[in-house]
Design a protein around this ligand. Structure first.
Ligand code: NAD
Length: 496
């Protein structure tokens, strides 16, 4: 397999491949810093053109009048196209983000599954005949919103792009996709697949470019009827403020500082494996990373020793090597930020149990590698336990009892996910219901299913994606009243 990516210098705007009119975007391979591609990003004019084409396409009877099962055929074709090109997509994404090929292939197949699921969900969606309060029929029906947008981060692009594009198209909308300028290439692969599937031109555009220019224009443009955003909490807050000004619905999938909990009665091998996967897979660059670990005091020392030993056996390495478990971080500036978090944790009195530095050796010298890091000795109110690091850095803390544990776990601005390890199922159930997070994993972590809604509480976001209702989230509800009496209204009868 050729590990190079094809130089790509055009964007997919309004159904045509065009040179972007914005600033250049550069993509480098995080494993060695080599250049993948430089491409001209999108501009405000490109956004306006994409919106104009999207408005035409979404109102065209050839799309507007399609029956749901006919619309679904496009999504099935896109699903098949992603699966067919999964090798290429995963290589491009690994070059763009430094993730392992194993992970990017799984992300590509997950994106394919998302399109297939949303097509099937669309085919089974029903409108409602509501109980009538008179001699008329009342119905509640769902209709497309019109021109919509998805704004996505760099950490799992093809999967998060699919989670927006698939339900938006299923719902009958047009969608503009604005990926992160740190990972601009994979969205163009998605565009190729969508073009190949024959989706009517204009319904999908992809506009990599600066958030402050391209993203801002998309959010504030009057014609955009919904934005679904995945990214950092502060960006999400800014988007929500702008959306409020134009009364536009938004869904916000934001950051996290997720607690993982190990009770003394847990299967310890299972827990060690789950904790490591939860924080160190994707090199910790995951919104749901289990970055705060609470261990019951009775087993704290033994469990942490076992966890540290296993962590030191993890393979930090090149994204294209099949045995690699921890690949490089996305780019040098991000590694600097991770290092700053670790420096602050040290200054606050944190004890580095393992990691806390770049790996040594010639294999690592040009890449943005960072060793899996475990830090003890800091309280739940420390900066390390409050701020999202978005890197392979785990804080470990002891807890004394269930009440203490729930209070500490919930005492955080974020509420995205959590994990519980115990053999006591009633206890797992009790604690799961008490945790203030959008997802709780029991004796596992980071498992996903497109059929199960996903989203956060508090600073982790608003709204849910996935599941059958995922399509409805991209639709407007309309009420229909149809008179059955065929007689003039009694109120006006005397005047007739
Ligand atoms: P980010 O907020 O910096 O950027 C996300 C996207 O928003 C990018 O496409 C960016 O260009 C765009 N953007 C930036 N400023 C904008 C503006 N003013 N208007 C409109 N768009 C703008 O986030 P990131 O660094 O790319 O991603 C990491 C963050 O994403 C982490 O906080 C992580 O937790 C979060 N995340 C959340 C989920 C989830 O499902 N909850 C999933 C993945 C990542």
């Amino acid at each position: 397999m050729d590990h190079n990516v094809t130089a790509q210098d055009k964007l997919y705007i309004g159904g045509e491949w065009r040179r972007g009119r914005g600033a250049d975007i550069t993509s480098n391979f995080p494993a060695d810093g080599s250049l993948n591609a430089t491409l001209p990003g999108a501009s405000v004019e490109d956004v306006d053109l994409a919106i104009e084409r999207a408005q035409d396409a979404v109102n065209d009877p050839s799309w507007r009048k399609l029956l749901p099962h006919e619309r679904a055929t496009y999504l099935y074709k896109i699903s098949e196209g992603i699966a067919r090109h999964a090798d290429r997509i995963s290589h491009v994404q690994s070059r763009d983000t430094g993730k392992t090929l194993t992970e990017t292939r799984a992300l590509a197949m997950s994106a394919s599954g998302t399109f297939r699921y949303m097509a099937a969900a669309l085919e089974t969606m029903e409108d409602a005949l509501t109980p009538s309060r008179g001699n008329y029929l009342t119905m509640s029906v769902y209709e497309p919103l019109g021109v919509t947008a998805g704004i996505t981060p760099w950490n799992s692009p093809i999967a998060s792009d699919a989670q927006k594009v698939a339900p938006a198209l299923a719902a009958g909308n047009a969608i503009l996709l604005k990926p992160s300028s740190w990972s601009p290439l994979v969205c163009l692969e998605l565009a190729r697949v969508i073009e190949e599937a024959g989706l009517p031109k204009g319904l999908f555009s992809t506009l990599p470019g600066a958030g402050s220019i391209v993203g801002e224009r998309i959010v504030t443009h009057k014609a955009i009827r919904k934005v679904s955003f995945t990214g950092g909490t502060e960006t999400g807050r800014d988007i929500a403020r702008k959306a409020a000004a134009k009364l536009m619905p938004v869904s916000l999938e934001l950051g996290g500082k997720s607690p993982t909990i190990v009770f003394a009665d847990a299967d310890l091998d299972l827990a060690v494996a789950g904790v490591m996967f939860g924080i160190f897979s994707s090199t910790g660059q995951s919104c749901i990373a289990g970055s705060r670990l609470f261990v019951e005091r009775g087993i704290y020392d033994a469990f942490v020793a076992k966890l540290v030993a296993a962590t030191e056996r993890l393979k930090v390495g090149h994204p294209f090597e099949a045995t690699t478990q921890v690949a490089p971080l996305i780019r040098p500036k991000h590694r600097d930020e991770v290092e700053e978090h670790v420096a602050k944790a040290r200054a606050d009195g944190g004890k580095i149990l393992t990691g806390g530095e770049r790996p040594a050796g010639s294999d690592y010298k040009d890449g943005t590698y960072y060793r899996p890091t475990i830090i003890a000795g800091l309280g739940n109110d420390s900066r390390l336990c409050r701020e999202e690091v978005f890197g392979p850095v785990l804080a470990v803390l002891p807890f004394d009892n269930e009440d203490d544990l729930i209070r500490q776990s919930n005492n955080n601005d974020y509420g995205l996910a959590s994990g519980i390890y115990t053999r006591d199922f009633p206890k797992a159930w009790r604690v799961a219901r008490a945790l203030d997070t959008g997802t709780v994993w029991i004796n596992t972590y980071k498992q996903f299913s497109i059929s199960t809604p996903f989203g956060g509480t508090k600073d982790s976001g608003v709204g849910r994606e996935k599941g059958r209702d995922g399509v409805r989230a991209w639709m407007a509800q309309k009420s229909l009243y149809c008179d059955l009496s065929q007689a003039p209204h009694p109120w006006a009868k005397s005047a007739l």
